[in-house]
Design a protein around this ligand. Structure first.
Ligand code: ADP
Ligand code: MG
Length: 742
């Protein structure tokens, strides 16, 4: 798992080779995904403390007096002996005052009785912390302190690392220092020189060294710029390879193009946009080359039926068709809907997922290999499934068409793996995630694009509301009202279970992190990049609503209604049972995580409530909104947020203002960065994204330029044959991407 990160060839060494790293510490490192020194050097800080920002107390007082806290350093002399006081719960508190030439302030340490031995009257320290003004004087609590010695330089930009249990900031600072001494010089470049030149970038090795030990904000900004570029570039190279490659002769031409029987079974008529897309698809499948097309269309635009008819054409022409989807819920839903329809057409459908029982799976696999069953009634001709379709033992005879729904959810490896199940078969990708213009340059690689650009007629606009949790009681009434009218509600929470509160730390380094600031662009010299190290650093953020407890409470609040629960930690069969019950209308209110985000289709659901809406990306919220308004009844979308975060409300308001997925995608990109588009949605919440910086890149010119370079490189060398180290990294992204499942 570390191979992909390794940019040092055979010089890499396990972390155990670092001074004082025994079994226990190596385990802690492993938890952070660090196994080797190279891993450690690629474990980047999430923020920096600008301890070099030393201010006189007078200046601190002027600002804090207005009620605004200041995070900075002050070089102060201890003025009074530290006084220890015991307060409630056995807590101790150490207090003393300190001064410089311009004034004095009061310093307090909680939980840290031992510091009283450090601070003697007359000693000088550099204190870094969050200064405030209370009780008529400047105050600071638990500041970081460093003994100040004239002419000895203290570091001014201090990295702050993401931590796991068993690791501290001090350790990471020390170990990254040691690893840099031992290996820092041997980090190799993996990007082509012309790319570096075109983008005016420093080398990879320089960047790594600067990220751990920046000497100045200018250096740091240059390193960050390179890091953002790296992250974006890798993603874009990945995207640019999508569906690429040479044209392949058509081995599965259509011999059937009559869809009237299929259409007669539909309760509606196809829209013009659907017909046009179908025409393009049928044209491809009947053309000289194998189809390589993406079907895009906003949520609810009716892509499924287009896919189904495409499959119908292929099957009637004597081939099998496979539909691969990213979640079991979606696979089960497609199976429920399509098997009924195809049965009426005398075509057999099978469902193959990770939870298909072994016996059944074997029977299915046998039937898929049996080529005597060409056009028999009930022969398994349509195969619906998840990643389970990809395993080696799945062989599908005469597979002429592969359809990949919600294609952005799959890694490129998985996409090619399913395509390999059919020899040179037609392939149709589908996506409901509108790609902003800026990224569409690379997003579709060499795919032909069909777009369902109009929703079916008769859809009513969905009324969108933004409220805070004081509306909860009113919301309950509204849910009841929907149920009385025979309609259903979804409630989405950002977390599955309540987070167990972490033990409070007494380490001053850790405590200071609570008042930590990001190196925001405002603090940086302009290099054109609008990036932040991390979004998640909001200590005052409202607590996350957790689906499990929410459902319990709701069941008590609405005793007359049936409340269901579905989330990613449930077993597939359990999820399935709940979704099926919800589909049948046996559950009135479904509390869920974002597992229901993609593709779920329950037309009688008319109300979607999203708790902690500020935690979701706009495009993700738009997808969620797409779960309602699928029938004739008026539908509602309620965003609940108690966030005071600046901009959060303005962001959410975009959803109120427009129903267009494309406008929302562009707004999302500009306001929040490329995160949701370059990695799968949902990653951000888990905080696991490897691409934290790129995800927050909002500089569309920079992105476009990066995309152009990626496309150029892939145009020249589609397989990256000349760039093995780069290819290794791209493969790693694919591997990571392929593991993303809710
Ligand atoms: P998506 O494009 O998001 O995958 P679906 O294929 O799930 O959308 O379709 C959304 C809903 O619209 C489904 O309930 C489907 O039956 C319905 N639908 C599809 N095409 C039409 C149409 N031409 N007229 C009316 N309803 C349609
Ligand atoms: Mg869909």
């Amino acid at each position: 798992m570390t191979d992909g990160k390794n940019t040092m060839g055979n010089r890499d060494v396990p972390v155990a080779a670092l001074t004082g790293v025994g079994e226990k510490r190596a385990e802690a490192f492993a938890k952070a995904g660090i196994f080797t020194m190279s891993d450690l050097l690629h474990y980047y800080p999430r923020a920096y403390q600008n301890r070099g920002d030393v201010r006189p107390l007078e200046c601190i007082r002027e600002i804090t007096k207005t009620g605004e806290p200041v995070t900075c350093s002050a070089v102060l002399t201890v003025g009074t002996e530290p006084q220890v006081r015991r307060i409630r719960n056995n807590m101790t508190l150490v207090k003393f005052s300190a001064f410089d030439e311009t004034g004095s302030c009061e310093i307090t340490y909680f939980h840290m009785e031992y510091v009283k031995r450090t601070f003697h009257v007359g000693a000088v320290f550099r204190f870094f912390g969050r200064f405030t003004y209370d009780y008529g004087r400047v105050q600071v609590t638990n500041p970081i302190y460093e003994a100040f010695v004239e002419n000895k330089v203290l570091p001014s930009l201090v990295p702050v690392y993401p931590l796991v249990a068993g690791l501290s900031q001090k350790m990471l600072y020390q170990y990254t220092g040691e690893a840099m001494m031992k290996l820092g010089g041997s980090l190799t470049e993996y990007l082509p020189a012309w790319v570096l030149r075109e983008a005016s970038l420093p080398s990879h090795g320089w960047m790594v060294n600067v990220l751990h030990r920046p000497q100045s904000t200018e250096q740091l900004e240059a390193a960050r710029r390179r890091l953002v570029f790296e992250e974006l570039f890798l993603q874009f190279v990945c995207m640019a390879q999508n569906g690429g490659g040479a044209k392949i002769a058509n081995r599965y031409p259509l011999t059937w193009n009559d869809i009237s029987r299929f259409e007669s079974l539909l309760p509606y008529t196809l829209t013009d946009a659907q017909k046009r897309c179908l025409g393009q698809i049928a044209g491809d499948m009947d053309g000289d080359y194998a189809m390589n097309r993406i079907l895009i269309g906003d949520v609810g635009s009716g892509k499924t039926v287009v896919a189904a008819i495409s499959a119908y054409l292929a099957i009637r022409s004597g081939y099998r068709a496979a539909l691969m989807v990213p979640t079991e819920i979606l696979a089960a839903q497609h199976y429920r809907e399509l098997s009924a329809l195809f049965e009426k057409l005398g075509i057999g459908t099978v469902l193959l997922t990770g939870s298909t029982p072994k016996k059944k799976r074997e029977a299915i696999l046998a039937s898929l290999r049996d080529d005597s069953l060409s056009m028999d009634e009930n022969a398994a001709s349509l195969i619906i499934g998840t990643h389970a379709l990809l395993t080696g033992d799945v062989q599908i005879d005469r597979l002429g068409l592969v359809i990949i729904d919600e294609q952005h959810r799959f890694g490129v490896m998985q996409r090619s793996a399913i395509l390999e199940k059919g020899e040179d078969c037609h392939c149709l990708f589908m996506s409901a995630t509108p790609i902003p213009r800026t990224l569409s340059l690379v997003a579709y690689g060499s795919l032909a694009v069909s777009s369902i650009d109009a929703l079916p007629k008769g859809r009513q606009p969905i009324d969108t509301f933004i409220v805070n949790s004081s509306y909860h009681a009113r919301m309950l009434n509204f849910i009841k009202k929907q149920a009385e009218e025979g309609h259903q509600t979804y409630i989405v929470c950002p977390a599955v279970e309540e987070k167990i509160k972490e033990k409070e730390s007494t380490d001053p380094e850790e405590l200071a992190n609570l008042s930590l600031f990001d190196l925001t662009p405002d603090g940086m010299p302009s290099a054109g990049l609008q990036t932040r190290m991390d979004f998640a650093l909001t200590p005052d953020a409202p607590p996350l609503k957790a689906a499990v407890t929410y459902a319990e409470t709701l069941a008590e609040e609405l005793p007359e209604l049936k409340v269901g629960l579905v989330h990613g930690k449930m077993k597939p069969a359990e999820k399935d049972a709940v979704m099926a019950a919800y589909c049948r209308g046996e559950i009135h209110v479904l509390v869920a995580t974002t597992v229901i985000e993609v593709g779920v289709n329950v037309p009688s659901a008319t109300l979607m409530i999203v708790e902690n809406a500020e935690r979701f990306g706009l495009s993700q919220l738009h997808q969620l909104r797409g779960r309602v308004g699928r029938g004739d009844a008026k539908s509602f979308f309620i965003l609940v947020s108690d966030s005071h975060e600046e901009g959060a409300m303005a962001r959410l308001k975009t959803l109120k203002d427009t129903m267009s997925g494309y406008e929302i995608a562009q707004a999302d990109l500009e306001m929040r960065g490329a995160g949701d588009f370059i990695t799968g949605t949902g990653v951000r919440q888990s905080g696991q994204s490897m691409f934290r910086l790129a995800a927050s890149c909002r500089d569309t010119d920079f992105m476009e330029h990066t995309a152009k370079l990626a496309k150029e490189l892939i145009g020249e060398d589609p397989e990256l044959a000349g760039w093995p180290a780069l290819r290794e990294k791209v493969d790693r992204i694919r591997y990571e991407g392929s593991r993303m499942e809710n």
